[in-house]
Write a new protein. Structure first.
Length: 102
């Protein structure tokens, strides 16, 4: 039986969490040992394989901006007595409700 414990000891050879983080810039060279990782969350270079990070943002998940860009907004048109969805791209920027980035 295989049990996975969150926050446990890192397995040897496991890839760094930075490779899938939206806030990391990973530069790889021709050799496996040639790698530079810059983290915008801590604003410094990371020189070790990261196992856990409180500022981790998965780059495979859409950002808040991406979700707002494809969202449909429910609007009421008082002049025509109509209620319906409008694409966010069809609204002027000031008409959009912008969520704060958390």
């Amino acid at each position: 039986m295989h049990i996975k414990i969150q926050g446990g000891t890192v397995q040897n050879g496991q890839s760094s969490l930075c490779h899938t983080c939206r806030r990391a810039t990973v530069v790889k060279g021709a050799s496996l040992s040639h790698e530079i990782v810059e983290c915008s969350a801590v604003e410094s270079r990371v020189t070790f394989a990261v196992a856990s990070c409180t500022s981790y943002v998965n780059r495979q998940h859409p950002s808040l901006y991406d979700m707002e860009d494809i969202a449909w907004i429910l609007r009421t048109d008082a002049k025509r007595s109509r209620v319906g969805f409008v694409g966010s791209k069809d609204l002027k920027f000031r008409e959009r409700h912008v969520l704060s980035e958390d």
